[in-house]
Ligand binder design. Structure first.
Ligand SMILES: Cc1cc2nc3c(=O)[nH]c(=O)nc-3n(C[C@H](O)[C@H](O)[C@H](O)COP(=O)(O)OP(=O)(O)OC[C@H]3O[C@@H](n4cnc5c(N)ncnc54)[C@H](O)[C@@H]3O)c2cc1C
Length: 812
């Protein structure tokens, strides 16, 4: 019996595939790491996984991470000498409706964008690869040759062996009971067998993670759900190397196993498990097979694989797995507690993700940052609603049930709504608002006409709201609109060192007089854009910070973490205190003048300034900014005044054509104006120079700021990718992720796609990549095409905004 070490730099908690992979990668990076498993390795969820390993996701970096798993699984057996059951037998995906076929063709294009081979097949070609299936209802299929399958337990044991070979220590039957935390710092883990001093913990405790983390104030929004698959006896004629098969229209997946088939699926009415807590002693444990619940899937499967009629059923495995509200896993350093890392919530693709997730976590632990932008899986993407387990469960049930349903463009969630409401919610609803949801907030997406139902009707063509948004867009360009943007995250930074702290964190110069506004990025040490926000200097020692709804937790964490040690200032989240109304359009000034006695003339209130003015007896902090390319102001006001100020503006605006408008109009307007969106166009992997935002970097000022060295270097060396704007005729529908070809060579993909109603074109933004360097001349010298749903279409390219912002100034 080995003795626990008295200390270890990093402790990994949990010996499933994710914990073992994390320990493997940490050890290989030369880190001192100890893995502690409560029972036996794989005894949680890993041992009962089906073992399909697919790679394609809608996000390039998550796809890259899954691709890393495949590369690792290709070599792991040779490295460790342990069998892994890994076979790169490819993955097939079927389409049985025209709309699904469009979705699959778009997925193939996404794969091409991300550098993966995915071939579109006829039903016959698909059947040649998978002879057991009936293809009567199949319209087409896509095949990814590099997908595969593995034996989950074996691959985990191989990772554990590899970890030990590289110096990690692994202890089974060692439950972590507690953490020792002193002055906000983790100092040790406490186990039944003793204490181990440590600096960092990585919690890879699967479905046990939420409760464990909660004890230390860390929110990990996952819940357990039942998931079933059946295993058949051998089936005659089963080909060797049968690819894995996903049949989303029949909600099912398949893989070959010892001459028989594994078949599982995602029911529309999934069953949450352990609602009152995971029972004690749950290890190497399965749930009772639920044949009744599985029957509808079985019926769907029989239509696809007639041999199942007669195949003997060996088992119907029912195992719990942790699922999350948005179907993506949860990774990263907890915003609530430094050095507390999480890798959990793998939504039934933990075997596929395990290799890559362990690599990413190890890098994050060792270097303080992930290897690349993992925002869509980042633990900081969550916020207030995710603290409530019932809310998390409701949304997760929906996400699970939609696993194989069509992933429509612009699709919104239905469950757990409404949750967070602006004070104007009821008034806007009464006027036909069709709401979308972000971080629990209800936000008007568009407004229905009288007699029209405010409800999205999804399709891959122009959707039912297309003409409504045209009207809102036009009103913004020609008259004025009001957007309710109350959901914006707002922070106050106060204290004697607020200015030097913020000027260190911001790439742009915030050392401007009180009353100034600054649009700025916050950069990491590689110059990547971590935050993109607007900052108002409201007093000598106080700043008001406004950022996107979804970035509340992330941006708060980034700012507070990067306040230099010893500086005296405090950051407060004041999101709930203020409503926000954005009054935008060429008539905005006339309307504002009608509701306030304060000077809002161009001279008295120039662009890039803010001041507090009186409207309807309310002190309103008004920011002269725009995200739509028009004259406009953001009005930030205490929530209790929101109704009165809204009413005053609408009354005064009636004569000027003021109308309500929603987020879909904002998107169309900002695409024309060329504003970048964080999370799609810009993020930690892109620098301001690459994004065309170099003008907002204070390199000319002799002042230090985070990311400066990288920016300086890039300024002299030039960039290897550059964001450009692409347009196509309106009938080509751009949604994002379409492949960009320059002179016939793949150079990138669209990070955003949409439609511009003023320019009457489809619009996309994306980076043009070229290792030898990219500049304006290189961009303009190319001939471009976009791959859209599998077809190449010509497009135009430009670097300047499509809609000239100067036009807006001229108009006002
Ligand atoms: C029926 C089914 C089919 C699936 N099919 C697939 C598939 O085909 N492809 C795929 O990619 N994925 C699949 N999955 C998902 C996959 O199994 C999981 O995503 C993956 O196993 C999760 O691994 P993990 O390491 O996060 O969690 P786990 O394997 O649960 O590991 C967590 C470990 O933490 C330990 N632990 C908990 N608390 C403590 C503590 N306090 N101290 C020490 N140790 C602790 C537990 O004992 C456990 O061993 C499937 C899942 C199910 C249920």
């Amino acid at each position: 019996m080995k003795h626990l070490p008295s200390s270890s730099q990093t402790i990994v908690i949990g010996g499933g595939i994710v914990g073992c992979s994390t320990a493997y990668h940490l050890a290989k990076m030369g880190q001192e790491v100890t893995l502690l498993e409560r029972k036996k390795l794989t005894s949680g969820t890993t041992f009962h996984a089906a073992g399909l390993v697919g790679q394609l996701r809608s996000n390039a970096n998550i796809t890259q991470l899954l691709g890393y798993s495949v590369a690792l699984y290709n070599t792991l057996e040779a490295e460790t000498g342990l069998g892994t059951g890994w076979k790169m037998n490819g993955g097939l995906r079927l389409a049985c409706t025209e709309e699904r076929w469009t979705e699959v063709q778009r997925q193939a294009t996404t794969a091409h964008s991300f550098g993966l081979q995915m071939d579109l097949l006829t039903p016959q070609e698909a059947q040649d690869l998978w002879p057991l299936m009936n293809v009567d209802d199949v319209i087409g299929a896509a095949f990814m040759p590099t997908d595969g399958q593995a034996n989950p337990s074996d691959i985990t044991q191989a990772l554990a062996k590899g970890a030990r070979m590289a110096g990690a220590q692994i202890f089974e039957d060692t439950k972590v009971l507690d953490l020792e935390i002193s002055k906000g710092k983790i100092t040790a883990v406490i186990t039944a067998q003793g204490r181990i001093a440590c600096e960092k913990v990585v919690v890879c405790a699967g479905q046990w993670t939420r409760d464990f983390a909660k004890r230390f104030g860390v929110n990990v929004p996952l819940v357990s759900m039942e998931h079933q698959y059946m295993v058949t006896e051998p089936i005659a004629g089963m080909p060797k190397n049968l690819p894995t098969l996903r049949d989303p229209d029949r909600l099912t997946y398949y893989k070959e196993e010892v001459g028989g088939l594994v078949m599982g699926g995602y029911e529309a009415n999934p069953i949450p498990w352990a609602v009152n807590g995971i029972p004690k002693g749950f290890h190497y444990t399965l749930l009772d097979s639920n044949y009744d619940h599985f029957e509808p899937l079985m019926e769907l499967a029989l239509g696809r694989v007639p041999a199942l009629e007669t195949a003997g059923i060996k088992t119907l495995t029912n195992g719990p797995e942790s699922f999350t509200p948005d179907g993506n896993f949860i990774i990263g350093e907890a915003p609530e507690l430094a050095n507390f890392f999480v890798g959990a919530g793998f939504n039934a693709f933990g075997i596929a993700a395990g290799g890559g997730a362990g690599m990413a976590l190890a890098e994050w632990v060792a270097n303080g940052a992930p290897p690349y932008d993992l925002w869509s899986a980042d633990i900081r993407r969550f916020g207030r609603p995710h603290h409530d387990t019932d809310w998390v469960r409701s949304r997760t049930v929906e996400a699970y049930g939609k696993h194989y349903t069509m992933a429509w463009p612009f699709e919104e969630h239905d469950s757990a709504r409404p949750c967070r409401k602006s004070p104007l919610y009821d008034a806007l609803k009464a006027q036909g608002a069709c709401f979308g949801e972000k971080l629990g907030w209800e936000r008007p997406n568009w407004f229905a006409n009288k007699g029209q139902k405010p409800q999205d009707i999804y399709s891959f063509n122009r959707q039912n709201w297309f003409e409504n948004v045209r009207v809102e867009h036009k009103a913004c360009r020609e008259a004025a609109v009001l957007f309710d943007q109350t959901s914006f995250a707002k922070f106050a930074l106060k204290g004697p060192d607020a200015l030097p702290a913020l000027n260190w964190i911001c790439a742009n110069d915030v050392d401007k007089p009180v009353g100034s506004l600054t649009y700025t990025q916050m950069l990491n040490d590689k110059g990547g854009i971590e935050c993109d926000l607007t900052i108002a200097r409201v007093a000598e020692n106080e700043f008001y910070i406004v950022t996107g709804t979804g970035f509340a937790t992330h941006d708060f964490d980034w700012i507070s973490r990067n306040i230099p040690a010893g500086m005296n200032c405090q950051l407060f989240d004041i999101t709930s205190a203020n409503a926000v109304l954005a009054l935008m359009g060429p008539k905005a000034r006339h309307i504002l003048e009608a509701v306030t006695k304060d000077d809002v003339s161009h001279e008295g209130f120039p662009f890039g300034r803010h001041k507090t003015i009186s409207i309807a007896a309310c002190p309103v902090r008004v920011l002269r900014v725009t995200y739509v390319g028009e004259l406009g102001w953001e009005l930030h006001l205490p929530v209790e005044y929101a109704s009165a100020v809204y009413a005053a503006l609408m009354q005064a605006g009636a004569a000027h054509g003021l109308q309500n408008a929603g987020y879909r109009a904002i998107e169309s307007l900002r695409l024309e104006k060329g504003y970048r969106a964080w999370g799609s166009d810009i993020g930690p992997d892109h620098t301001p120079f690459e994004a065309g935002l170099g003008w907002a970097v204070k390199l000319r000022k002799d002042v230090g700021f985070k990311g400066r060295a990288a920016m300086q270097l890039q300024k002299s060396d030039g960039v290897k990718k550059l964001m450009a704007c692409f347009t196509t005729p309106p009938e080509v529908i751009l949604l994002g992720r379409e492949t960009i070809y320059r002179n016939g060579v793949r150079v990138g993909w669209l990070s955003s796609g949409g439609y511009g109603y003023t320019v009457e074109k489809s619009i996309g933004y994306g980076y043009i990549r070229h290792d030898a360097g990219v500049n304006a001349a290189f961009v303009q010298a190319g001939k471009y095409e976009l791959e859209v749903a599998g077809k190449r279409v010509p497009c135009t390219v430009q670097l300047a905004p499509l809609y000239d912002p100067e036009m807006a100034r001229v108009k006002c």
